[in-house]
Ligand binder design. Structure first.
Ligand SMILES: [Zn+2]
Ligand SMILES: [Zn+2]
Ligand SMILES: [Zn+2]
Ligand SMILES: [Zn+2]
Ligand SMILES: [Zn+2]
Length: 434
């Protein structure tokens, strides 16, 4: 029973933490097409409409914040602003807990789905049944029955994954818009300059002139709102990293510079929504993703404050040996000579595939496994021998590395990733907010 109680506790504490959870989900209906063709000239023609900007977080939040009927009764709740109340109602009035509710990409759609399914059978059919010796209001009572809806059930898992994918698509669409939109125009956070052009230009200004590095724009989404959040914090004279408040601007900026607090704290989960990585895997935050990347190059005590350091100073480590270079070009030269012609230059792979390639090779080499044929060896030197003798110092088959897990850096401080270039436009783009 203790286990079940703990599980329920965990469920409920999740419930408490969902306040800032931004649930993003939108239908994909776009603006109406203009009428023409078979209608001839009977209806007025219209110029093709300028494509509307994909929704920002506030609009997405509002989309999801519609009143939906409870899973098990007629009461209605707004799925975002009244989420806590709704979850409490489920628990006290229906003894139902939704597991990991903060990882459901659209509670609105989730609830609608299960409400319909619940019509077809008893709760036991869809939910785990737990017994606890307490009533919902905390009184002792032997073997009280509770239900838990979670992704242990394949159908629930599928639903969660589907919602997650949909949300990711919406996010990527928004990101594409932000990347291409040239009409960005805002005052700089730190100086009087008006930042105009693309959002990437704005971030570049912040990094270059104010040593304020948010990572590069390809990692980010809802950049306007992110900068607005930062602006508000600075206006309230609060440090971005440690949240300490100061009496005056100069003291704050001195503190942030000296303590290297000119960066975002990954503990601040309200910032999660601005980092693409949070939309990639269900239920993982960027911090957890980072923490999973343990390897010989990532000392455990390396703290997040390091990602605002000047990354140009991190050496680039060869994919196959300990050699380090300052520039990608030099590294490629080394690699061509020492590793049988292998180079990251001119691979004709998209930026993201290059990232995955690097992470994949790093992981394989770390495991002493050949990236090309996957044969594994008991030591590094046997692998080296094999790579050379089998001529496997080549780019492996794309299917081997074109997998979502390789989007995440194998080494958290892998400077090679930040120097990769997009094959198409030669623009330097990022991978981790380091
Ligand atoms: Zn109800
Ligand atoms: Zn400025
Ligand atoms: Zn601070
Ligand atoms: Zn090497
Ligand atoms: Zn091999």
């Amino acid at each position: 029973m203790l286990g079940a109680l703990a599980a329920l506790d965990a469920g409920v504490s999740d419930v408490e933490e969902t306040e800032t959870e931004s649930t993003i989900f939108a239908d994909t209906s776009t603006c109406a097409m203009d009428l023409e063709g078979s209608m001839g000239m009977l209806v007025p023609l219209s110029f093709p409409q300028k494509q509307k900007a994909p929704k920002n977080t506030k609009e997405l939040f509002e989309d999801d914040d519609v009143a939906v009927e409870c899973l098990l009764c007629k009461l209605e709740f707004k799925m975002e602003s009244e989420q806590k109340m709704f979850l409490k109602h489920l628990f006290t009035d229906h003894r139902l807990v939704i597991g990991d509710v903060n990882q459901v990409a659209s509670l609105k759609s989730y609830v609608k789905f299960w409400k319909a399914r619940f019509q077809s059978g008893p709760l036991e059919e869809f939910c785990s049944v737990m017994k606890m010796d307490t009533t919902p209001d905390g009184k002792y009572s032997k073997d009280e029955v509770y239900f838990m809806l979670s992704d242990i059930l394949p159908e629930d898992k599928q639903l969660r994954e589907g919602l997650q994918r949909k949300r990711l698509n919406v996010i990527l669409e928004r990101q594409k818009f932000e990347r291409e939109d040239m009409t960005y125009s805002q005052d700089c956070l730190f100086c009087r300059k008006k930042l105009e052009g693309t959002r990437a230009d704005a971030l570049e200004h912040l990094a270059e002139y104010h040593n304020f590095n948010l990572g590069r724009s390809d990692n980010l989404v809802f950049i306007d709102e992110l900068l607005e959040q930062i602006h508000l914090r600075l206006q309230n004279l609060r440090c971005l990293f440690c949240n300490n408040q100061f009496y005056e601007k100069r003291a704050l900026s001195e503190h942030m510079r000296k303590k290297q607090h000119k960066c975002i704290n990954p503990e601040h989960t309200e910032m999660d929504k601005y980092f693409i990585v949070n939309y990639l895997e269900i239920g993982k935050s960027w911090k957890e993703v980072e923490e999973e990347q343990d390897g010989p190059l990532g000392p455990e005590d390396e703290s997040w404050s390091d990602w605002c350091d000047d990354e140009a100073e991190s050496p680039l480590v060869c994919l196959f040996c300990d050699h380090q270079s300052k520039h990608l070009h030099a590294l490629n030269c080394h690699s061509q000579v020492q590793h049988n012609g292998f180079t990251l230059d001119n691979l004709n792979l998209s930026f993201y595939l290059q990232v995955k390639l690097v992470n994949y090779i790093r992981r394989q080499v770390y495991l002493n496994a050949c990236p090309v044929c996957n044969e594994s060896f008991d030591c590094k030197s046997s692998l080296d021998e094999h790579l050379l003798s089998s001529q496997h110092y080549t780019v492996p088959d794309v299917s081997l590395f074109d997998q979502p897990q390789f989007f995440f850096p194998t080494y958290e401080n892998d400077a090679v990733l930040s120097q990769l270039e997009d094959a198409n436009d030669g623009v330097e783009v990022p991978v981790v907010p380091e």
